[in-house]
Design a protein around this ligand. Structure first.
Ligand SMILES: Nc1ncnc2c1ncn2[C@@H]1O[C@H](COP(=O)(O)OP(=O)(O)OP(=O)(O)O)[C@@H](O)[C@H]1O
Ligand SMILES: [Mg+2]
Length: 333
C-alpha cells in the first residue's frame, strides 16, 4: 500500500478538527437549551413562591384584622342588629344603587324607622368580607351622628350575606335617586349646581375629613364617587362622605397590596407600599379638589391642590384643619 501523502494526512486532520468543532457547537447549543429550560423553571418556581408569600401575607393580615376587630369590640358602641324582616323593597321593586369590589348596595325601606329609605350594603358570604363589614360599620357608626356621614341604623352579620343598613342619601328630599359628586361633575345638568355650591361641597368634605381625623379614623378611599351630594330646600346643598370599606384607626394604619393599577387618588407613598396616614387622606382630598377644579374652573383652588397633591414630602402636606382654613380664605375671594 502506498504511503499516505502528507497532503491527505493534513486534510484528514482538518476534517477531524471540523467534526470536533461541530460536536462541540452542538454540545454547547444543547447545554444552552438546558440552561434556558432550567432558568424558565426557576422563574416559574420563584413566581409560585412569590404568590404563596403574598397569599400568606394576605391571610396573616386577615387573621390580624379579625383578632383586632374582636379585641376592640368591647370598647365600641354596640351596633343594633337589623332583622331581615324589618327591611322592605321600595314600591317599584328591588333597586341596586351601586356595585363595588366588595358587594352591592340596595335601596330598601326600614319599617322600624318610619319606613324611611335606607342604603343596604350587602357583602359576599366569606369570613373576610364579614369581618371587613363589621369594621366598616363600627368606624362609620363612631362618627355617623355628624352631618358629613350617613347615619348607621345597624348591621346583620349573622346571615349568609352580611348587611350594613345606613341612611339613604337622596339627591333631593323625597327622591329615590342618589347622586355622587362624580356624577354631579360629569353631568352638571343633574343637579344644576352653581360653581360656589361645588366649592361649598368641598368645604363640607374637608370638614368631614377633619372631623374623622380628630376622631382618629382614616378614610383611605376618598374620591368623587365616595361622596354623595344633594339639594336641601331651595339653595341648600348637602355632601356626605360614604364608603368606610377601607377605613382604619389612625393608630393602626393600613397598607394596600393591590398590584397593577393603583388608582390615582391614592397617595404615592401608599402606592409604593407605605402605610396610610392623615397625609395620604389629604393627598386624596387634593385629588378630589383637582377633579372639581377641572370640571367647574373656580380659579381659586390651585393653592390647595398644590399643597395637598404636589408636595414632595407627605409630612409637609397641610392638615385637614388647615385645608378648611385655606378653603375659607379662598371662598372670600
Ligand atoms: N348611603 C348611601 N346613599 C345613597 N347611595 C349610596 C349610599 N351608599 C352607597 N351608595 C351608592 O352605592 C355605591 C357603592 O357604595 P360604596 O362605595 O359604599 O361601596 P363599595 O362596594 O365600597 O364600592 P367601591 O369598592 O366601588 O368603592 C356608591 O358609589 C353610591 O352610588
Ligand atoms: Mg365606593
Amino acid at each position: 500500500m502506498a504511503p499516505i501523502s502528507e497532503e491527505r494526512k493534513a486534510k484528514r486532520k482538518a476534517r477531524r478538527r471540523v467534526k470536533r468543532r461541530e460536536v462541540a457547537v452542538e454540545r454547547e447549543m444543547q447545554l444552552q437549551a438546558e440552561l434556558e429550560n432550567a432558568q424558565a423553571k426557576l422563574a416559574e418556581k420563584e413566581k409560585e413562591l412569590e404568590d404563596s408569600r403574598l397569599a400568606i401575607m394576605l391571610k396573616e393580615r386577615e387573621i390580624d384584622n379579625m383578632r383586632f376587630t374582636l379585641a376592640i369590640q368591647p370598647f365600641m358602641p354596640k351596633l343594633p342588629k337589623i332583622d331581615l324582616t324589618d327591611l322592605a323593597d321600595p314600591a317599584n321593586g328591588q333597586s341596586c344603587l351601586g356595585e363595588g369590589s366588595f358587594g352591592k348596595v340596595y335601596l330598601k325601606r326600614l319599617r322600624s324607622a318610619n319606613n324611611s329609605y335606607v342604603a343596604v350594603k350587602e357583602v359576599a358570604p366569606t369570613s373576610a368580607a364579614r369581618s371587613g363589614l363589621r369594621m366598616e360599620a363600627t368606624l362609620q357608626a363612631r362618627v355617623c351622628h355628624k352631618p358629613w356621614f350617613p347615619y348607621v341604623f345597624g348591621v346583620n352579620l349573622d346571615v349568609a350575606a352580611p348587611i350594613l343598613v345606613q341612611e339613604f342619601i337622596s339627591c333631593k328630599a323625597g327622591s329615590v335617586s342618589a347622586v355622587t359628586l362624580l356624577a354631579a361633575l360629569n353631568d352638571q345638568a343633574l343637579l344644576l349646581l352653581k360653581t360656589y355650591q361645588f366649592v361649598w361641597i368641598l368645604v363640607e368634605v374637608a370638614k368631614g375629613l377633619a372631623y374623622l381625623h380628630a376622631a382618629r379614623i382614616l378614610h383611605n378611599d376618598l374620591k368623587t364617587d365616595n361622596v354623595m351630594v344633594g339639594r336641601v330646600g331651595k339653595d341648600g346643598i348637602r355632601a356626605k362622605i360614604i364608603d368606610f370599606g377601607s377605613a382604619c384607626l389612625l393608630d393602626r394604619p393600613s397598607s394596600f397590596t393591590m398590584s397593577g393599577t393603583m388608582s390615582s387618588h391614592i397617595a404615592p407613598e401608599v402606592a409604593r407600599g407605605g402605610k396610610t396616614s392623615c397625609y395620604s387622606d389629604v393627598f386624596s382630598y387634593g385629588k378630589l379638589t383637582e377633579d372639581v377644579e377641572k370640571a367647574v374652573r373656580t380659579g381659586h383652588l390651585q393653592t390647595i391642590i398644590t399643597a395637598c397633591v404636589h408636595c414632595p414630602l407627605a409630612e409637609n402636606r397641610p392638615s385637614m384643619d388647615n385645608v378648611v382654613k385655606m378653603l375659607e380664605t379662598a371662598c372670600h375671594h
